[in-house]
Design a protein around this ligand. Structure first.
Ligand SMILES: [Zn+2]
Length: 179
């Protein structure tokens, strides 16, 4: 049977009447890529208009975001040093923990979401601890350090944690760790 969808798309008034999904400024979460240093705002070559910023620049950016009505941000960290287990992500003075504290102090009204992941922090680029013998990520060892990372984010003041590492059992582990 034919369905005639064009009928409800005739003009903007009709479309606004029947539209099921509305995207408002409150729905946006603005991603921020944070590195150490001062006065750094470097454009990412592969993503024009997206910058890596030092914390002082991020604080200025938050000011502008609020003026636009955007109060939610998602933090990605770029550490100075990488190693086999992503130690910077497991340190309360690491780039993300330091960023959360600085943002919450300057902008307590910002809603801070953190990316929970290890691939940016490991020297091998995989999202967790590698099991050399099996040539794959050690799922359960990675769950352990994911819990540690979540706790560091939460203690620093994160409002929400966004696990992107996709380890089996990650949600259960985070709920048990953070309850
Ligand atoms: Zn990852």
């Amino acid at each position: 049977m034919f369905q005639r969808f064009r009928r409800t798309r005739l003009n903007k008034h009709l479309r606004s009447l029947v539209r099921e999904t509305q995207v408002n400024v409150e729905d946006f979460i603005y991603p921020l890529f944070i590195r150490s240093g001062e006065g750094i705002k470097t454009e990412v070559a592969s993503m024009p208009g997206v910058f890596q910023m030092s914390i002082d620049e991020v604080l200025k950016e938050c000011e502008e975001l609020k003026s636009l009505g955007i109060y939610s941000i998602l933090l990605f960290g770029i550490p100075d040093t990488k190693d086999s287990i992503g130690s910077d992500a497991l340190c309360e003075h690491g780039i993300i923990a330091s960023s959360i504290r600085a943002i919450k102090e300057a902008h307590p009204d910002m809603f801070v979401v953190t990316d929970l992941c290890f691939c940016e922090y490991t020297d091998h680029g995989h999202c967790g601890i590698i099991d050399e013998a099996k040539e794959t990520v050690n799922n359960d060892a990675t769950l352990e350090i994911s819990g540690e990372q979540a706790l560091i984010h939460a203690k620093a003041g994160a409002d929400m944690i966004a696990p992107s590492g996709m380890m089996d059992g990650i949600i259960e582990r985070l709920r048990l760790t953070l309850r």
